[in-house]
Design a protein around this ligand. Structure first.
Ligand code: SF4
Ligand code: F3S
Ligand code: FES
Length: 234
């Protein structure tokens, strides 16, 4: 099939402002959008810049806006878009470094702010810190995050204020807050109860809609809000 691929282009070193370029391509319906970008880079314009690594929905590096929705380019097939006109743009709310590459540092700063690691200074048992099946299941959903930023950069509260810690950081915090082996839940809840924490979330659900791992992002945020309000981790 013939597709029209319209791509956001911007090189701040030479361009005064961004523009779009359109490429007419022959594509297979089962091609991924990432394949189309690779084709353009290999055959039309080697300067086209985008991030990718695994090409299998695991590394989280190719988050971008595809026909207006945040997605991983390696997980979207041409036939799934239901149109031969495909528009590819960078994630919103983060500075564009070049073309589809955005500056992820503010995103990772929020990630680091919630202590994204297990904290437990108690002497370890001989073998391992045991956990029941139910205890492990409690935070299973939020272990799936691949830090693609599709959620945070689809959130209007984040667009309005980049200081908002954002849904991805809350998902990661949730993963540790509800882990029975961790001992820093109170500290994380304190961090997330400040003016740029969970209460900036107005339950808009764009994050849940955008997540390529199908994590129940808004539900996780709600559970963190409840833990702050009740002082209980259940
Ligand atoms: Fe990506 Fe989902 Fe993690 Fe957000 S919660 S960073 S959308 S994997
Ligand atoms: Fe934003 Fe998701 Fe909350 S889109 S407002 S973080 S439910
Ligand atoms: Fe790794 Fe798409 S390239 S998730």
């Amino acid at each position: 099939m013939q597709v029209k691929l319209k791509v956001f282009r911007y090189n701040p070193e030479v361009d005064k402002k961004p523009h779009y370029e359109v490429y007419d391509l022959e594509a297979d319906p089962t091609d991924r959008v990432l394949d189309l970008l690779e084709y353009v880079k290999g055959n039309y314009d080697g300067t086209l810049s985008f991030r990718r690594s695994c090409a299998h929905g695991i590394c989280g590096s190719d988050g971008m806006r595809i026909n207006g929705r945040n997605r991983l380019a390696c997980k979207v097939l041409v036939k799934d878009l239901g149109t031969s006109r495909i528009v590819v743009e960078p994630l919103m709310g983060l500075r564009v470094i070049k073309d589809l590459i955005v500056d992820m540092e503010p995103f990772f700063a929020h990630y680091r702010s919630v202590m994204p690691y297990l904290v437990n200074d108690e002497p370890p048992p001989k073998q391992e810190r045991l956990q029941s099946i139910e205890e492990r299941e409690r935070f299973d959903d939020t272990t799936k995050c691949i830090l693609c930023a599709c959620c945070t950069t689809s959130c209007p509260s984040f667009w309005a204020n980049e200081n908002y810690v954002g849904p991805a950081a809350i998902v990661v915090a949730h993963r540790f807050i509800f882990d029975s082996r961790d001992r820093a839940a109170a500290e994380r809840l304190r961090i997330l109860s400040d003016q740029f924490g969970v209460y900036r979330c107005h339950t808009i659900f764009n994050c849940t809609d955008a997540c390529p791992r199908e994590i129940q992002v808004t539900k996780a945020i709600g559970e963190v809000k409840r833990a702050i309000a009740t002082g209980k981790i259940e």
